[in-house]
Each structure stands twice: as structure tokens, then as C-alpha cells.
Design a protein around this ligand. Structure first.
Ligand code: GTP
Ligand code: MG
Length: 223
């Protein structure tokens, strides 16, 4: 598969990582829960994996500041990239600032196994370049409307894992979770979908499990 997503987005399995950390992109629309998920993953995985985070914000360093305030990792493991007006450009086209940030983290922490890169909140087509992220998670939330998975878009269709977040809010916003899950499954060719609520499962159990498996597989393939 691959070509029909167009625009040079080569959808394929990531190459095994050799002597470096697995790079995990977390993308999705504004406010869907990317930073909250990043924080949850850091808490869930930091005792078993050597990890660090890069955040992308348009004008501020707010997401990095939040992660530092929450002390999910030590400060020297959290780096902010300021993207300017087009956050998708920094993860898709001109990825150099993000690559520099990852390189600096790897230089500072030689045993690094996982770098989580949170994109700035953006539209439904903002996928990470494979030159930046080995694996990527796309985060939607139920409050954005239950027709979003049906409308598709690269993030929904092609991310390695689709997370439909804030399921606790579904009754309040009238979103049909079954419909969202089945619409997503239809465009995703068997790639996984997780329904998640960080309110009812602050440890993001299923997603942490998926990340753990991805890191394990990448390092096993490289050794
Ligand atoms: N009810 C509910 N709220 C959530 C959940 N996950 C995140 N939130 C809240 O949603 C808001 C936005 O979350 P963030 O993690 O900042 O979202 P984001 O995608 O990083 O936002 P940007 O970086 O600005 O695009 C915060 O107030 C979170 O506490 C969830 O599962 N349920
Ligand atoms: Mg954020």
C-alpha cells in the first residue's frame, strides 16, 4: 500500500532504528489531548525506558512548560521547538529544527530509547515526515464531532495508531463512539484504533502498551 495517499507521503513500516532512539510523533487537531497523552506516556514509561520529549508550539513554549511543571521528566529531557505559523511545516517539510532537537537530546542522553515528538495542533492532514518520526500516533477527540473519522484525512487514515480521546465526554457532546470506531476502521486498512479517556484511565494503558511494543520491536529488529 502507500501511493494512493499521494503528496509523497510514503506509508510503510519504519526502518529498524540502529543505535538511536525510536522517534514517535504525536499529532492531531488543536486541543485533542496530545500534551496530556504525552504526559501520561512519560509517567507510564519513564521507569522502564530511557526517554525524552520534543514539543512544537506556534509562538510559545507552553506545552514544554506544562510538561516541566508537571515534572513528567527531568527538564533536560524536554525540548521546545517554536514553529511559527504553520506547525505542519515543521514536522513534514522543514524538519531540521526538530531533527536538531532530537540530535541534541541523543547527544545529552547516550542511552536514549524513545523520543516523543508532539506536533503543534493542526489539521487532519498533518502527518509527520518519515524522516522525522519512525512511528506516529494521531489523536482525535470526541468533542471535535463524530463525523471526523468518516471525513478521513491522512492523519486518521495513515497514522500507525489512531487514538479517539476524551470518550468520557461522548455523552455530553452527543458523539457516537461505535460510529467513530467503525468509520475509522473502514479507512485504516487494519491499522489499530484505540478509544481512550485520560480522565478514566490517566495511565493511558492501551496506548502505553502499544508504544512499549513499538520500541521493543524497533530495537529487536536493529540488534
Ligand atoms: N474530559 C477530558 N479532557 C481531556 C482528556 N484528555 C485531555 N483533556 C483535556 O483537554 C484539554 C486539551 O488537552 P491538551 O493535552 O492540552 O491538548 P493538545 O492536543 O496538546 O492541544 P494543543 O497542543 O494546543 O493542540 C486539556 O484541558 C486536557 O486536560 C480526556 O480524555 N478527557
Ligand atoms: Mg499540546
Amino acid at each position: 500500500m502507500g501511493g494512493h495517499f499521494g503528496h509523497g507521503h510514503d506509508v510503510h513500516d519504519a526502518a529498524p532504528v540502529r543505535g538511536r532512539a525510536l522517534r514517535l510523533g504525536i499529532g492531531g487537531p488543536v486541543g485533542s489531548g496530545k500534551t496530556a497523552l504525552t504526559a501520561a506516556l512519560c509517567r507510564a514509561l519513564r521507569d522502564e525506558l530511557d526517554l525524552a520529549v520534543v514539543t512544537n508550539d506556534i509562538y510559545t513554549t507552553e506545552d514544554a512548560d506544562f510538561l516541566r511543571r508537571e515534572a513528567v521528566l527531568s527538564d533536560d529531557r524536554i525540548t521546545a521547538v517554536r514553529t511559527g505559523a504553520c506547525p505542519h511545516t515543521a514536522i513534514r517539510d522543514d524538519i531540521s529544527a526538530n531533527l536538531d532537537a532530537v540530535d541534541a537530546l541523543e547527544a545529552r542522553h547516550p542511552g536514549l530509547e524513545l523520543v516523543i515528538i508532539e506536533s503543534g495542533g493542526d489539521n487532519l492532514t498533518a502527518l509527520f515526515s518519515r524522516g522525522l518520526a519512525d512511528r506516529q500516533i494521531f489523536v482525535l477527540d470526541v468533542a471535535g464531532g463524530d463525523d471526523v473519522p468518516r471525513k478521513g484525512g491522512l492523519g486518521v487514515a495513515a497514522a500507525d495508531l489512531l487514538v479517539i480521546n476524551k470518550t468520557d465526554l461522548a455523552p455530553f457532546v452527543g458523539s457516537d463512539l461505535d460510529l467513530m470506531a467503525s468509520d475509522a476502521a473502514r479507512v485504516r486498512d487494519g491499522r489499530p484504533v484505540v478509544l481512550n479517556s485520560l480522565r478514566t484511565d490517566p495511565a493511558a494503558t492501551e496506548i502505553a502498551h502499544w508504544v512499549r511494543a513499538a520500541v521493543g520491536a524497533a530495537h529487536a529488529a536493529a540488534s
